[in-house]
Ligand binder design. Structure first.
Ligand code: PRT
Length: 108
């Protein structure tokens, strides 16, 4: 099993974002801002969905990696840490998914 964690990738993203390296995709995305980063996240999500419904296992892995990397970029630009999201997920372990859904305020 790999020792690499999302915490490791979050650190890399943070370092590369502020590296000023013209060769860094991360630095480029941060400079373009949340609009471009969010667009890339959406594209990778769609590509992951397409890979999954096609039953293309290798593509699911590759597109999921792209998705998670771009998700961490969007989190970083938004000033949200991975730990913030994990804390929310941990809070949700206290009840079932359906109970969680029922507890949400409907806005429509
Ligand atoms: N995990 C990733 C990662 N996954 C995907 N990508 C990049 O995401 C980009 C977008 O993918 P696309 O297929 O959409 O590329 P594209 O068609 O050129 O995109 P557009 O210009 O059309 O928007 C590509 O350039 C990929 O290389 C990543 N770039 C970086 N990382 C991680 O971040 C680290 C630092 O990277 P740099 O910031 O580039 O040094 C790397 O060592 C990796 O650990």
């Amino acid at each position: 099993m790999t020792q690499f964690s999302l915490n490791d990738l979050e650190k890399i993203v943070h370092e590369r974002a502020h590296s000023g390296d013209p060769e860094s995709w991360t630095a480029k995305l941060y400079a373009k801002g949340i609009g471009k980063a969010a667009q890339k996240l959406g594209e990778e999500a769609v590509e992951t969905v397409i890979a999954a419904v096609s039953g293309d296992t290798k593509a699911v892995i590759s597109e999921s990696a792209d998705l998670i990397y771009h998700w961490l970029v969007v989190l970083g630009i938004s000033g949200v840490s991975l730990d913030d999201v994990l804390a929310e997920l941990e809070r949700r372990t206290e009840r079932s998914g359906l109970a969680e859904k029922a507890s949400r305020q409907r806005t429509d």
